[in-house]
Design a binder for this molecule. Structure first.
Ligand code: SF4
Ligand code: SF4
Length: 509
């Protein structure tokens, strides 16, 4: 199929995939303790449905979505709720946050999977609700609740193309590759569900051209499925081709408008791991309680991909991979380009965890002394979003946030291409992350102040109206009182006249 090329990117980034792809997916054991941060998706944190001492089963909902953008959480094994308290979470801040801890009992008793009707008999709304109840979020790392993505599209926009994102462009990460190699048939079943839900005309499953054996596995599954609407595409290996907007441009030549979403141009894009979770929920009746994760790097003895119960501490994953090597220097969640450092290995796997990189000193990105910008322009040439990183850096650094926003700071996908090429070693992405969060805080404060102003104005208007009503009432009352004697006099005169008419002698003296 015809392909397009997005601007910039890094075509020759060292991949480091082979280290973890030569072994099949291994299932990690149930740990003695599972920990579930209540916020492990974009949007509102979930609300706990259990209390300390409760016994729970595998697949049981232990926390429910709160508000529209949120997702429920399900226990990944049977056991007793031991704590509901703050626990270290996988987040760049290194913060702790409210979490449910379950001490497992080793029995792994399961809530019976719900019997599902044929998905073709279900409406889009029913499917969206099923996907929401299963707690599915984007497993490519974004963790945006999938039901919202699908619901918005099906309600308000005409979707003609569904893109399945198997382009795992970040170095080291290979969980989607192993998933497609081993379970391509299930992924294609999930594609059929989504095609039915969205009413899209076609689905394209895209992977990079550096994994030909995976492409073969996908093609076999596509051919066996025999749905002419589904096709597979091999795309050039250029970082960050797996970025949503970059992938859409590569496959369709269309650009998602700045500040817009793919549905604005009739497209929905979903990660292949998420599609597998949809298949598990809709066809096999299982909520999201596990995921595939890459454990790799020179700091771990046997790098590989594991199927892990969500809530498992990272230390268990390291044990399954035969422990740390002497080279282990730091733990990174995600890849070397977009990942972040973890405080320790007691942090649990969450839905968004696609990779644990146990980096050696030489693998970890060491911060070099930043030098002044020499205006070489290399960062702009490398930016896949066609931004001007050098100017963004200037505005971010000098806290001219409105100017940075005007030149589309919020479109930055934090891919790190500009960092890699900058000869002055300026940590550009760090500045952009900081400026983006500061802008978001500013927007939020502006929103709160607008809401407060609107409420104040509404109150003032209500008080003014009440005052006017009271004045009108009092005026009407006074007028009625003034009118009363006159009216009474007239009434009396009429009565007298009537009486006189009936008895003319009355009143004559
Ligand atoms: S981090 Fe942002 S500015 Fe830098 S290359 Fe990526 S998208 Fe462009
Ligand atoms: S690559 Fe670095 S030195 Fe060159 S223009 Fe960009 S910020 Fe300046």
């Amino acid at each position: 199929m015809k392909l397009w090329r997005f601007n910039g990117g890094l075509p020759s980034l060292a991949e480091h995939k082979n280290e973890s792809t030569h072994l099949p997916i291994e299932t990690a054991p149930v740990p003695s303790q599972l920990v579930y941060p209540l916020r492990q998706h974009i949007g509102n944190a979930a609300t706990a449905l259990v209390k300390v001492g409760d016994y729970v089963l595998r697949g049981q909902k232990i926390a429910d979505a709160q508000g529209l953008i949120s997702a429920p959480i399900h226990a990944a094994s049977s056991g007793t709720v031991s704590h509901i308290a703050d626990h270290l979470i996988p987040h760049p801040s290194g913060f702790s946050a409210p979490s449910i801890s379950i001490t497992t009992d080793g029995l792994d008793k399961e809530l019976p999977p719900s019997g599902q009707p044929d998905f073709r008999q279900l409406s889009a709304a029913d499917l969206v609700s099923l996907i929401r109840e299963a707690g599915i979020v984007g497993l490519g790392g974004a963790a945006f609740p999938t039901a919202i993505k699908l619901d918005n599209q099906s309600k308000s926009r005409r979707i003609d193309t569904l893109i399945l994102n198997g382009a795992e462009c970040e170095p080291y990460i290979s969980c989607d590759d192993r998933l497609l190699k081993e379970r391509a048939d299930k992924v294609i079943e999930g594609v059929n569900v989504l095609l039915h839900l969205l009413g899209a005309k076609r689905a394209i499953l895209a992977i990079e051209d550096n994994v030909p054996s995976t492409f073969k596995a996908i093609q076999t599954a596509v051919n066996q499925n025999n749905n002419p609407a589904i096709s597979a595409a091999q795309i050039p290996t250029i970082y960050p081709t797996g970025g949503e907007k970059q992938l859409i441009q590569t496959l369709t030549g269309k650009e998602v408008p700045s500040g817009g979403i793919p549905a604005d141009i009739g497209i929905v894009s979903i990660n292949v791991g998420t599609v597998y979770a949809v298949q598990q929920a809709v066809i096999e009746g299982k909520p999201l309680t596990s995921r595939i994760i890459t454990v790799t790097g020179e700091g771990v003895t046997t790098p590989r991909n594991l199927e892990v119960r969500i809530g498992t501490p990272i230390s268990t994953l390291i044990d399954v991979c035969n422990g740390y090597t002497q080279d282990a220097d730091r733990l990174i969640m995600g890849g070397p380009m977009m990942g972040f450092a973890l405080m320790n290995d007691q942090i649990p796997v969450v839905k968004a965890s696609n990779c644990i990189l146990v980096a050696s000193k030489h693998e970890a990105v060491t911060e070099k002394q930043a030098m002044p910008c020499i205006r070489c322009g290399l960062c702009a040439s490398a930016c896949p979003v066609s931004l001007l990183p050098q100017q963004l850096y200037w505005f971010s650094r000098s806290e001219q946030l409105e100017k940075a926003e005007k030149i589309n700071l919020l479109d930055c996908i934090e891919c790190g291409c500009c960092d890699v090429v900058c000869p002055s070693h300026i940590p550009l992405v760090q500045h952009f992350r900081y400026a983006k969060s500061a802008l978001k805080v500013q927007h939020h404060e502006k929103h709160l102040s607008n809401v407060a102003r609107e409420r104040f104005e509404a109150r003032e208007a209500r008080l003014a109206q009440e005052k006017a009503d009271r004045a009108e009432k009092s005026r009407a009352k006074k007028a009625a009182l003034k009118e009363k004697p006159a009216k009474e006099t007239i009434d009396a005169a009429i009565s007298r006249a009537k009486a006189k008419k009936q008895n003319p002698s009355e009143g004559e003296g």
